[in-house]
Design a binder for this molecule. Structure first.
Ligand SMILES: C[S@@+](CC[C@H](N)C(=O)[O-])C[C@H]1O[C@@H](n2cnc3c(N)ncnc32)[C@H](O)[C@@H]1O
Length: 271
């Protein structure tokens, strides 16, 4: 007998998600991520003691809010290098000492030993080369420099009651995993940082609890739009299920357990 899980797994074989910034809703989606996570990221960066004059690297800068914020924080004596494989939303972004470069981080490794602070959010977990990239980012730190990686874990989504959100999110989640997103990876980062010789390694996870109409709801709605055409084609969901999901994410009276934004940090030993 074939189970529902087996059927879904078979239908998802070879599925590829298009997270490229060239798609139509990319800007809205990146802005939703910023609204969802910037307050968490800024709190974490502040707690690591960011200072005027620091040289920083932002990997996969997306809509650019964190790179821009860092540039004002480090000031004209500092420098922020913001890289992304598609910089169309940040090409004209301005800030003191802010430099934007379009490059694929899997093809152009960062320079060694030059940054006081390196940050990346919701990028590496989507990339097959993620382990090698952590090593390269750690190596790009100056002695005493800090690495902060923020990635999403999703087990909290499965705490939602059965209903349109839970039904659709389960399928969308399976689709993201099939396409190669590592949703259980963030928890391994503290051990990786320790193996790489970083000091003062710390970690925390902030679970998003959100209502319809908020940036986190918009992030889920737009992620749904990303996966919907394939879900419809493969009959993984009905139009009615998807419409109910989208409507619930616009309802300010509906509350949901969202993903967990993990943050993991560590410091290269001072010289
Ligand atoms: C989910 S978005 C996150 C954007 C931003 N870090 C944030 O949290 O607001 C992922 C970003 O990483 C970029 N990206 C993905 N793969 C990349 C690669 N190989 N090299 C450079 N940037 C990449 C994408 O273009 C996109 O802007």
């Amino acid at each position: 007998m074939t189970s529902q899980v087996d059927t879904t797994t078979t239908k998802l074989q070879g599925y590829k998600q298009n997270l490229d910034n060239s798609r139509a809703e990319a800007h809205q989606w990146l802005q939703a991520i910023e609204g969802m996570a910037d307050h968490i990221t800024i709190r974490r960066i502040e707690s690591l003691g960011i200072q005027a004059g620091w040289r920083c690297l932002e990997v996969g800068c997306g809509g650019g809010s964190i790179a821009r914020w860092m540039s004002y924080r480090v000031g004209p004596d500092g420098h922020v290098l913001a890289v992304d494989q598609n910089t169309r939303f940040v090409a004209d972004m301005a800030g003191p000492g802010l430099e934007v470069r379009q490059l694929d981080i899997t093809e152009v490794p960062p320079p060694v030993g030059v940054f006081d602070f390196v940050h990346s959010r919701l990028v590496l977990q989507h990339l097959a080369q993620r382990e090698q990239l952590v090593e390269q980012l750690a190596a790009s730190l100056k002695p005493g420099g800090w690495l902060l990686l923020e990635e999403m874990e999703t087990f909290s989504l499965f705490q939602n009651d059965t209903g349109p959100f839970r039904q659709v999110v389960e399928i969308m989640h399976a689709m993201g995993c099939a396409a190669g997103t590592a949703v259980n990876w963030a928890r391994t980062l503290p051990g990786t940082f320790q193996r790489l010789g970083l000091l003062n390694v710390g970690a925390e996870g902030e679970m998003l609890y959100f209502s319809g109409g908020t940036p986190t709801a918009e992030y889920h709605r737009l992620t749904g739009e990303l996966h919907w055409p394939y879900a419809e084609k493969m009959r993984l969901l009905t139009r009615e299920q998807f419409d109910q999901y989208s409507a619930s994410l616009r309802d300010p009276r509906a509350w949901f357990y969202g993903p967990i934004i993990f943050g993991v940090w560590g410091r290269r030993p001072p010289a």
